[in-house]
Write a protein that binds this ligand. Structure first.
Ligand code: ZN
Length: 158
C-alpha cells in the first residue's frame, strides 16, 4: 500500500494510522499573518517542501503555529505533528522537543517522560528502517531549528 509516495506496508497498524491521519487531515494547515518566525525547508529527494510560521505570545512562548507544504506523506505528516506539538511551548522547549525527535529518528529510544513528550511523533519511529525517509521526517524540524536560531538576530536588527 503506497500512499503519498511512501509504502506503509512495513509499519505497525497503529503507527500507520496516526501518520495517515495527519497526512490526510493536516493540523494547522494555514498561512499565519505576520508570523514572528518563519522557516522553510526543501528536500529534493522527493520534492518535499514545508513552510512554517510561528506566532509568539509577546515573549518566547508559541501562541500559534501554521504550516503549508507539499510532498510525501511522511514529510507532511511530520509537519502537521510539529504544529500540534509546539502549541504553548517556549522556544527553548521547542528546541528540546526537536532534539528529542531527532534523537529518536537517529535510533535512540525515548522512554518514560521523553516518550510521552513525543506524543503522535512517536509514530514516525517506524520510518527509521528507511534511511532516505528520515530526512523527510526531519524536514520541518530542521526548518524549525533554523527559524528559531535566526530569530534573535532578527530581533536585534529591528
Ligand atoms: Zn519525502
Amino acid at each position: 500500500m503506497e500512499i503519498g509516495g511512501f509504502s506503509f506496508d512495513a509499519l505497525d497498524d497503529l503507527y500507520r494510522e496516526t501518520i495517515l491521519d495527519h497526512y490526510r487531515h493536516p493540523r494547522n494547515h494555514v498561512q499565519l499573518e505576520a508570523p514572528d518566525i518563519t522557516a522553510e525547508g526543501f528536500n529534493p529527494f522527493c520534492g518535499d517542501g514545508v513552510v512554517l510560521g510561528l506566532k509568539l505570545d509577546g515573549e518566547d512562548r508559541v501562541a500559534q503555529v501554521g504550516f503549508q507544504g507539499q510532498g510525501c506523506s511522511i514529510s507532511q505528516a511530520s509537519a502537521s505533528m510539529l504544529t500540534q506539538a509546539l502549541q504553548g511551548k517556549t522556544l527553548k522547549e521547542a528546541e528540546e522537543l526537536s532534539g528529542l525527535f531527532r534523537s529518536m529518528m537517529e535510533g535512540h529510544e525515548a522512554s518514560g517522560e521523553a516518550g510521552e513528550a513525543l506524543g503522535d511523533l512517536a509514530a514516525l519511529r517506524g520510518v527509521r528502517q528507511f534511511p532516505v525517509r528520515i530526512k523527510c521526517a526531519l524536514l520541518a524540524w530542521a526548518a524549525l531549528e533554523e527559524g528559531i536560531e535566526n530569530y534573535p538576530a532578527r530581533l536585534k536588527k529591528a
